[in-house]
Write a protein that binds this ligand. Structure first.
Ligand code: ARG
Length: 274
């Protein structure tokens, strides 16, 4: 059977340039503080990602990078929005805690958003994903976000939140192991989840694109899709093939420097949903 035709929808995104990007602390297994990082190269790679989103017709907003917050380039972690309501982040590690206020200031000064502060630990779209066609939010726990935040997000946003347990420390955020491809479908790496959560995913997403270990280690799940175009790390060649076979149009982007902090395409991009 031929793959279905995939259609794109114009999105609004929030990014933050990696002006102060370095690896000076280690809060996930990818971060090696002794490995050299080229901040200038990170900036060039990030610019290619931003330009690709703009060229695809999406609206891109920028946060002002703050000195001393080297992971602020990972804008996905700052909040999670659905239907104009923003559930704020509350970071697990003190090194990133101040990023939440920068995101909050953006939403509070941009018209059209209702900001709900979090009292529970959660790292925004790092651990939350939304599928408009199902009305469901998916939420990861096990390493960063607490399940109490899943319940708080459900109250704030008014959509059912499906809790999924992450079990491999290399895939410490949901967005390193699962990504929406369109309004109904996802790509994911089953081995990053507990057996029960795998069964939930298999039941919810029978047509999912399933990644293998090589795809996952190349950060091939850390992707951003507009429904048709899928921006993903260039390194994830196997995922490029799988996505093409499923009818999507992969757009490979090299973010090699940012991978040294345990992040790639999706980590850099927060979607703003009104
Ligand atoms: N160094 C960052 C951390 O460990 C990377 C965050 C990546 N972001 C993401 N959405 N997965 O917190």
């Amino acid at each position: 059977m031929p793959a279905p035709v995939r259609t794109s929808r114009r999105r609004t995104y929030l990014l933050c340039p990696p002006d102060h990007f370095v690896v000076e602390y280690s809060i996930n297994p990818w971060m090696d503080t002794s490995a050299p990082v080229d901040t200038g190269l990170a900036g060039k790679q990030w610019s290619v990602l931003r330009d690709a989103l703009v060229e695809l017709g999406h609206e891109v907003h920028l946060l002002e990078p703050v000195p001393g917050l080297p992971d602020m380039v990972f804008a996905a972690n700052g909040a999670f929005s659905v239907g104009g309501v923003v559930y704020g982040a509350s970071f697990k590690y003190p090194q990133r805690a101040a990023e939440a206020a920068a995101h909050e200031a953006f939403y509070r000064t941009t018209p059209g958003w209702r900001y709900v502060p979090a009292t529970e630990i959660n790292e925004g779209e790092g651990d939350f994903a939304y599928l408009p066609g199902t009305g469901l939010a998916l939420a990861g726990y096990g390493f960063r976000t607490h399940t109490t935040a899943h319940a708080q997000a459900q109250e704030a946003l008014g959509c059912p939140v499906v809790s999924l347990r992450l079990t491999d420390p290399r895939f410490y955020h949901l967005d390193t192991a699962l990504a929406p491809l369109d309004d109904h479908n996802v790509a994911y790496y089953p081995q990053a989840f507990s057996p029960g959560s795998r069964r939930v995913l298999a039941a919810l997403f029978p047509d999912a694109v399933r990644a293998d270990t090589a795809d996952a280690y190349a950060f091939g799940l850390n992707l951003v899709s507009d429904g048709r175009h899928v921006l993903l790390p260039a390194e994830a060649a196997g995922m490029v093939d799988k996505l093409e076979r499923a009818g999507y149009l992969p757009v490979p982007v090299d973010l090699g420097e940012l991978k040294k902090a345990g992040g790639a395409v999706k980590c850099c991009v927060a979607e703003l949903r009104r």
